[in-house]
Design a protein around this ligand. Sequence first.
Ligand code: AMP
Ligand code: MN
Ligand code: MN
Ligand code: MN
Length: 300
Amino acid sequence: MMKTPDLHTHSTASDGTLSPQDLIARAAQQGVEVIALTDHDTLAGLDDAAEAAQTHGIHLVPGVEISVTWGGRTVHIVGLEVDPACAALRRGLDGLLAYREERAAEIARRLERAGWPGALEGARAQAEGELVGRTHFARFLVQQGAAKDLRAVFKHFLVKGKPGHVAGCWTTLDEAVGWIRAAGGQAVIAHPARYGLTRSKMKRLIEDFRACGGRGIEVVSGSHSRDDYFTFARWAREQGLLASAGSDYHGPENPWIELGRLPALPEGCRPIWEQPGLAGLGPAWFADASQGAVVNRPTA
Ligand code: AMP
Ligand code: MN
Ligand code: MN
Ligand code: MN
């Protein structure tokens, strides 16, 4: 049976709803053998996750998902197998957390003007870690009855042109990839289909990313359609990038996405988890994984 690595997940250290321990326990229960914890802009969950992974006998890839501003939009870069002790990475992420505080205050001011006071305290109450993100605002607003679910709150309040929107001002692509590399990790473009880029802009993003030392792209993602798998498998092949796979799991509230329930990579992809040292995985694991790695073919 193929073993599925899940290289993109979130815990309560950022905007997931399971603690790192519970996330790992659930992954073990789901039969996941290799998992990366990739919280937004923080490494705070990694120690607890590592301990739980040892208890459950599953392999943890220490990771992070860094918020980047590129070409006037927000792009997410996942770092895999990063050394959590790396000073350059920690300093960089501290800067992003500080910016998140400023942004949160501004989001709250805007929501207050739109008739929703108390949002900063409300969002903070939704956050178990130190990081406050839009998801925490969204959970608060659902609780307040502002909209029926997270998706609706984002659509009506938190995206461009809506009252609680603040244009992100994150780090640069170059810095994010640089911190990941300084920490000995591999940089991966997260869920590329989500950015709504034209072909020429996608090409430029990939070229810029490679020029900074980026290595991989998420081909299989919880937020990709089946068509997207093939589109990005092709980008990966043509642009010489390694392929990654991750659910982008945020918690059991979203029943559409489960840990480790990921299809095999399309044919011709070079899996990033076969990189020596990525997960410290032994040759037996590679042999096993590659057996199942070429099953999907485009439908029509
Ligand atoms: P932030 O990094 O604080 O701006 O928040 C980004 C996070 O918000 C993403 O990682 C998702 O977890 C969540 N998110 C973004 N768009 C949506 C949406 N339309 N519906 C639900 N969650 C969303
Ligand atoms: Mn998130
Ligand atoms: Mn993301
Ligand atoms: Mn994510």
